[in-house]
Design a protein around this ligand. Structure first.
Ligand code: C2E
Ligand code: CA
Ligand code: CA
Ligand code: CA
Length: 276
């Protein structure tokens, strides 16, 4: 601890102070972000690795603030979680995404699925399923087009996870396990819970360029044997793609195909791939 005049003791380094300031400023700016229309959603294609068609998209949140510029969700989502704002923002995301899917359908862009990330805080909110149901009713989107992405952490941490997952299944939405393989959880839940999809974490796909094949092969064959859809995240190179195709991984996502883009670009990409 440094003594900096008077009786004020300062226990943090200047670096830590700067980080505190930024967090504090983000928290302040986030308070008005939704009302000020600072959030937008971008969409990253999910590609069927057998026929190279776009079968779906993952919705990803973006925040651009006049003071802070563009901030990564890695930075701001934890703050929304801490303040509880993630519940309100999460509802807005679900509503926007259902609405967007409906609009694509009206304009001839027929995707099988839209994937939405759900924070554990949102997932354990008592009204989560009820709110989702209302959004589905209001937007008149068929529930089967929606897939919610949760992590193994959510499965481990949340008490009523089994009940919520069964409620979601009854509602007709799908569930995928995001960042699969990074969560230190036992695999027994895979047989017990109603889950549709496993998304292999990008870190394992990165390792394919070295000698990470064994883990990826194991996840793909286990996933397929248990009747899950298996998606590889973060594909960046043709080598990674070829390998995943050889292993008959169902779907892929990554910069190799496309970065996350806006709704109009998804419609264009859909048309382009359709005509191939
Ligand atoms: P995630 O759900 O694992 O999302 C995948 C992240 O990997 C996205 O980053 C995406 O842009 C990035 N990515 C996709 N393909 C590639 C690739 O080939 N190479 C590289 N280097 N990166 C790739 P993004 O959009 O920055 O999101 C980061 C994380 O923030 C997400 O990880 C998710 O945990 C969280 N997040 C984003 N949007 C939302 C949201 O709407 N709600 C919630 N609760 N969390 C969100
Ligand atoms: Ca995700
Ligand atoms: Ca992921
Ligand atoms: Ca991740």
């Amino acid at each position: 601890a440094k003594k900096n005049g008077g009786n004020n003791f300062c226990f943090s380094t200047p670096d830590q102070n700067m980080e505190m300031d930024r967090k504090f400023q983000m928290e302040l700016e986030l308070k008005n972000a939704l009302a000020s229309d600072e959030f937008k959603i971008v969409y990253q294609p999910l590609i069927n690795l057998k026929n190279n068609q776009i079968v779906g998209v993952e919705a990803l949140l973006r925040w651009k603030n006049k003071e802070l510029g563009s901030v990564s969700p890695i930075e701001f989502i934890p703050i929304l979680e801490k303040t509880g704002q993630i519940i309100q923002v999460g509802k807005w995301i679900l509503w926007s995404v259902c609405n967007q899917m409906k609009m694509w359908q009206e304009n001839g862009t027929y995707l099988e699925r839209i994937s939405v990330n759900v924070s554990p805080i949102q997932f354990k909110d008592k009204k989560f399923v009820q709110d989702l149901k209302q959004i589905i009713n209001e937007t008149e989107l068929d529930a089967s087009y929606i897939e919610l992405e949760i992590t193994e952490g959510t499965i481990l941490e949340i008490e009523n996870v089994s009940q919520t997952l069964h409620d979601l299944q009854e509602l007709g939405v799908k569930v995928s396990i995001d960042d699969f393989g990074t969560g230190y959880s036992s695999l027994s839940y895979l047989k017990q819970l109603p889950i549709d999809t496993l998304k292999i974490d990008k870190s394992f796909i990165d390792d394919l360029d070295m000698d990470g094949e064994i883990i990826v092969n194991t996840i793909i064959s286990m996933g397929k044997n248990l009747r899950f859809r298996v998606i590889a995240e973060g594909i960046e190179t043709p080598q990674q793609l070829n390998y995943l195709k050889k292993q008959e991984c169902h779907e892929g996502q990554g910069y190799y195909f496309s970065r996350p883009v806006n709704d109009k670009e998804i419609a264009l990409l859909y048309k382009k791939l359709q005509s191939k």
